[in-house]
Each structure stands twice: as C-alpha cells, then as structure tokens.
Write a protein that binds this ligand. Structure first.
Ligand SMILES: Cc1cc2nc3c(=O)[nH]c(=O)nc-3n(C[C@H](O)[C@H](O)[C@H](O)COP(=O)(O)OP(=O)(O)OC[C@H]3O[C@@H](n4cnc5c(N)ncnc54)[C@H](O)[C@@H]3O)c2cc1C
Length: 390
C-alpha cells in the first residue's frame, strides 16, 4: 500500500491523522522574543519556508529567509506565458480538501477568494493497457484543481505580502554552525546570526552535501537523510489545435518500482478554449524524458501520443513547455517516493538540539509527505516546536 492509498483508507475508516488548529501568539511567544535578540533564520522560500516565515510574522517573532534562487516558490513554480491560464510546472493538485488553504492562512478573519474544483467523478478515466474506468472507480475523486490560479498564486496572494521584505534572494546557504548559543548561517561568504534555524531545502540537496553542519548532524538523522529515496521528476505541457484525449490517462505501473505517469487535460475546468495536455512523470517513468534535448523530447512525446491515441498528435501540435526537476539546481529531483518508510520520514522531521529545525515536504511527522500541504503543515510544526521550549 502506498502513501496515498494508506491516507485514502484512513479517510474511509474515518481516522484523522492529526488535528490542525489556528496558531496564536501566547506567553511563550513573548518569552521567546524577550530572550532572543537575533532572528530565526529560515533557509529556503518554498511552501515550507514561506509558511514558517508567515507564521512567525503573525506571532511577532523576528525572522529572516535566505533563498538560493532569484524567486520564491521553489517547487510551486508556474508560468503565465504559455497559456491564457497559469500553468503549474511543479505542484498542481490539492491532494486534500481545499479548506487546507484556510488552514495555511491561519487567520479566520481572512476570506480566501481562490477558485478550486473537484473532478467530476463520473467522467472518463483511462488506465493505459486497455482498462477504462471512471474517476470514481479509479479513486481520483479527492484531488482538486485550482481554477485560473496555482499553488504559487495562492502563496503570492495570501502569504507573501507580509513577509517579502524578510527574504534575501540569491543567497545559497552552504554552512550552518550550531555549536554555540547563537547559530551562524553562511551564504555567499556572509554570515547571519540566528537564535534558531529552520532548514527547508529539499532533502536531495542535503544528500548532495549542499550544507555543511557543525557539529555534524546526529548519526540517526544523517542516516535517514542518506537512506530516503527521492524520485526524479518532470512535467510537460503541450498545446494542440484539437482535443483528442480524455480527462486523465494513468499508466499502469508499480509505484514501488516505477513511480507514476499521467497524461491529463490540463485545461480541465479552466475558462479557456486552448487545448493543453499535461504530462506528469516521476520515478523511473520520468527517465526517458530527462536526457533528451528539446527537439528529441517533443518528437518522443508526439510519437508516444500517436501510439496511445491512434491519432495524429503531431498533426495538431502547436507548442510545448518542459520542466526537468532533476536539472533544477536547487531541487535536483521531484520528491520523496510515495511508498517510503514513514519511520525514515519521521526521523527527517526531528529537530536537533532545539536549535536546528526542519520543515518541508520531506521533513514531516511521518503521517504524510511530498506535497505542498505537508510542507505547510511541517512549517507549523517547526514553529510550534520552537515555542515549546519557552
Ligand atoms: C513534478 C512535481 C509535481 C508535483 N505535484 C504536486 C501536486 O500536484 N500537489 C502537491 O501538493 N505537491 C506536488 N508536488 C510536490 C510539491 O511541489 C512540494 O512538495 C512542495 O512544493 C515542497 O515545498 P518545500 O518548501 O518543502 O520545498 P521547495 O519548494 O523545494 O523549497 C525549497 C527552497 O529552498 C531553496 N534552496 C535550495 N537550496 C538552498 C540553499 N542551499 N540555500 C538557500 N535556499 C535553498 C530552493 O530554491 C527552494 O526555493 C510536486 C512536485 C513535483 C516536482
């Protein structure tokens, strides 16, 4: 059973994995601010880093975010240049109920004006290799989509405004010294002092040794970092003059060995007349696409579609955009595999010495991982753990 199947079973059985309440300033918040004159330093401005900064801002705690690239958002990257609705090059679906958006905003007085929709459970869903099912039969009814926006837009509209001035862009952190009461974080030969550090960079980057820790991370933590498996991943969007494909085509493959691959109608539910087909591939299913140059890639995809639909896809091809997450210098992969051992993930999420905290889609409590909502929830958990000691 993989992670999503496990979560679905919990939902069917009415089991709740964790409860989520609004995080509010408390006496601990005041004690924290009285004690520390240096800020909390957050490394990375993806969903986890932005969420952590936003919560600290709400609590009135000083913080700074160091982001390696020239833009925030990390794996929520999108483009507004390809179609007349925004195209999500990374995170696209909301894997839980859309009320998660309200939970992330953590403020009951804010009205969330973001349009989302579930799939119609009775529309066609095709499992490659002949079997044809409805979305309901295939268990794809929990997913919802943003309409005319993306996860990136949601963060821009509701989270970023109050914290943007705290982000220092183009700051690649390469060393963290937490041997003293005050931690020291080095980025581009500049050293930032911190009361606590929240690390949110993708675990693949830690596997590649992007950050040196002094003292070294405890061996259990280091082993979990080395052990966890991260999928390769890519997405492509192709515009066609005709629509010859159904809502979703999922390739039948063993997620434990091969990952996941979908072709899907990316314009589903959007107010558009453009025909945009999406390709999502992670794990070894992504490999065939990753080593190709742009011309080879489009030829490969069109050939695959011609065979899949028995239709001349090449004849109605207009343009495409491709995102190779393995080649992204600050991600180097997609995300932790769905069927990873939850104990390993839980170990990744543990704090070190009450000074080094971890938040992000890989650093959770082991209930769930590899999504925007888990990254956001882990940020809340990291902020709560910081305050637990005050
Ligand atoms: C192809 C694909 C499809 C996906 N689809 C979905 C989906 O449909 N729904 C969903 O919920 N999730 C999806 N996800 C997963 C989702 O995108 C991630 O789980 C989530 O965005 C991770 O957020 P994060 O903050 O943990 O990490 P990131 O978004 O990776 O943020 C980390 C940040 O750290 C920065 N950074 C890296 N190294 C350094 C350094 N040394 N110093 C400073 N900064 C650094 C990076 O630039 C980045 O901004 C998908 C991911 C991929 C790749």
């Amino acid at each position: 059973m993989n992670r999503r199947e496990f979560l679905r079973l919990c939902q069917l059985l009415g089991l709740t994995l964790s409860t989520h309440s609004v995080l509010r300033a408390s006496k601990a918040t005041q004690r924290f601010s009285d004690k520390h004159s240096t800020p909390v330093v957050i490394i990375g401005a993806g969903a986890a880093g932005l969420s952590a900064g936003y919560l600290l801002k709400q609590l009135g705690i000083d913080f700074k975010i160091l982001e390696a690239s020239s833009i925030h958002g990390g794996r929520m990257k999108h483009t507004t240049e390809f179609a007349n609705f925004p195209i999500p090059l990374g995170a696209e679906w909301i894997h839980v109920e859309p009320k998660i958006l309200k939970e992330i905003v953590n403020d009951d007085s804010v009205r969330i004006d973001i349009n989302t929709r579930h799939y119609d459970p009775d529309v066609d869903y095709v499992v490659y290799e002949g079997e044809r099912l409805s979305l309901r039969e295939a268990g794809f009814t929990k997913e919802s989509k943003f309409i005319n926006s993306t996860w990136f837009d949601f963060y821009e509209r509701y989270i970023l405004g109050s914290i943007k001035s705290h982000i220092t862009y183009n700051s690649i952190v390469d060393a963290i010294d937490y041997s003293d009461d005050i931690c020291r974080v080095r980025a581009k030969d500049k050293v930032y002092e911190a009361s606590q550090v929240i690390v949110t960079i993708p675990v693949k980057r830690l596997q590649m040794g992007a950050i040196t820790f002094n003292p070294r991370l405890p061996s259990k933590k280091q082993k979990a970092i080395e052990k966890v498996r991260v999928w390769s991943g890519c997405k492509a969007f192709i515009e066609f003059s005709e629509k010859f494909y159904p809502v979703l085509v999922e390739y039948k493959m063993n997620p434990e060995t091969a990952g996941q691959k979908l072709y899907y109608d990316a314009a589903y539910g959007q107010n558009t007349s453009q025909n945009i087909l999406g390709l999502f591939a992670v794990g070894s299913a992504a490999q065939p696409y990753l080593g190709l140059n742009d011309n080879e890639l489009v030829a490969y995809i069109l050939d695959e579609l011609d065979k899949l639909f028995g239709h001349n896809a090449s004849g109605s091809y207009i343009k495409h955009v491709f995102q190779n997450w393995d080649a992204d210098p600050f991600a180097n992969g997609a995300y932790v595999v769905d069927h990873e051992n939850w104990r390993v993930v839980r170990r990744l999420g543990k704090a070190v010495d009450n000074r080094l905290f971890f938040a992000g889609d890989a650093y959770t409590d082991g209930d769930d991982w590899s999504s925007v909502h888990t990254a956001a929830r882990s940020a809340k958990r990291a902020v709560e753990s910081i305050l637990e000691n005050y």
